[in-house]
Ligand binder design. Structure first.
Ligand code: ATP
Ligand code: MG
Length: 349
């Protein structure tokens, strides 16, 4: 650690893509954490629609998805007055700073990103340039607000670390100019990933080795926040498991990813530890455990689902939240971009 660390105002930024159906992983790994942070920090929560189009999105579907993620934020308890809630494409500075970062980040850094490898799959030559440069835009999302804390699921850790590397390289490359313009020893903070608490990586219900995702082709792989009670019960009943009863200790779950995932989901929803869940269910068959898990899921999710349904068709309200949030976000982002232009040496009005 450096001795003289510049002080940055503490600020939280995070985003969710409008790429399909929001699921339990987004809820437990991200949105519940967003809700908890709003009491302690200034928070900016973004529907990252520019990220969404890194893979094809039907223009007839995208507005619905943007409004649905917004409705989910609100239904889960994010206060849009106290925090900033908006969609990324309404604040052009994200894309503007991303270009500067395209010129700061190195090809070698992006080549190490596992999300690109996973999402581009075998047909890499045919992936969009945007999918490759995605982490640079994500760095811009965070740093255009000079945010210090980024709550994300485990899968996004590598991208937040890349944002730190970009911030560090910008601060180093432009150190003289940053100081000359009165910004002291560093212009950007090094944002910290907040990957804490339970369920930082909820796994697919069909395969305990891959994460639950919006973009998984199988709807059976995930619990959607819009699923009704019957769908939840059906998906949990069909969730992949092994034939053994639940063990009496956590260590025994290491070799049983599907069992570990279901126990982890139960623990996160009930607000207890996995050890507590095993204390209660040690020796039980899945035929006993699964209905209990389904009941708990339904109890926790159904009020949220109902509120999302109510909100998401109220376009006037949702769009006004996004418009108000975008206007407030833009004030902050424009201030950063002006400084970045001065630091880089662009002539501006
Ligand atoms: P996509 O498949 O389109 O990438 P996604 O399900 O990964 O969708 P994102 O919008 O990319 O969702 O991620 C939103 C937030 O949810 C991020 O903070 C991400 O880390 C978190 N997240 C996504 N999937 C999971 C999961 N399975 N468990 C925990 N957190 C998750
Ligand atoms: Mg993702």
């Amino acid at each position: 650690m450096t001795a003289s660390k510049p002080a940055f105002k503490e600020r939280v930024f995070s985003g969710v893509q409008p790429t399909g159906n929001l699921h339990l992983g987004n809820y437990l790994g991200a949105i519940t954490k967003f809700v908890a942070l709003q009491d302690r920090y200034d928070c900016i929560y973004c529907v990252v629609d520019l990220h969404a189009i890194t893979v094809w999105q039907d223009p007839k579907e995208l507005p619905r998805a943007i409004r649905e993620v917004t409705a989910a934020f609100l239904a889960c308890g994010i206060d849009p007055k106290k925090n900033i809630v908006f969609n990324q494409s309404q604040v052009a500075e994200h894309a503007e700073l991303a270009w500067v970062f395209n010129c700061v980040a190195r090809l070698g850094w992006l080549n190490r990103m596992t999300q690109f490898k996973e999402k581009s799959g075998k047909d890499r030559e045919n992936a969009s340039v945007g999918l490759y440069a995605y982490p640079n835009l994500m760095a811009a999302d965070i740093l255009v607000y000079r945010a210090t804390h980024v709550p994300v699921g485990e899968d996004q850790k590598q991208h937040v670390e890349l944002a730190r590397d970009i911030a560090q390289k910008f601060n180093n490359d432009y150190a003289e100019s940053i100081a000359a313009h009165g910004f002291g020893p560093a212009f950007f903070p090094l944002p910290e990933p907040l990957i804490q608490g339970p369920a930082t990586r909820v796994m697919s219900l069909r395969d305990g080795q891959s994460k639950m995702s919006k973009s998984d082709a199988s709807d059976q792989s995930r619990i959607n926040l819009t699923d009704d009670a019957d769908a939840i019960a059906h998906k949990i009943r069909r969730a992949k498991t092994d034939p053994e009863p639940l063990p009496d200790n956590e260590k025994a779950l290491d070799a049983r990813p599907e069992a570990d995932n279901l126990v982890g989901i139960y623990a996160a929803l009930a607000g207890v530890s996995k050890a507590d869940v095993l204390n209660e269910f040690a020796g039980a068959q899945f035929s006993v455990f699964k209905p209990k898990l389904a009941d708990l899921l339904i109890a926790k999710l159904s009020p949220i689902t109902a509120e999302m349904r109510r909100l998401k068709d109220d376009f006037t309200y949702i769009d006004s939240v996004l418009a108000d949030g975008s206007a407030r976000a833009q004030v902050l982002a424009a201030e950063t971009m002006k400084a970045v232009k001065d630091i880089v040496g662009f002539v501006r009005r």
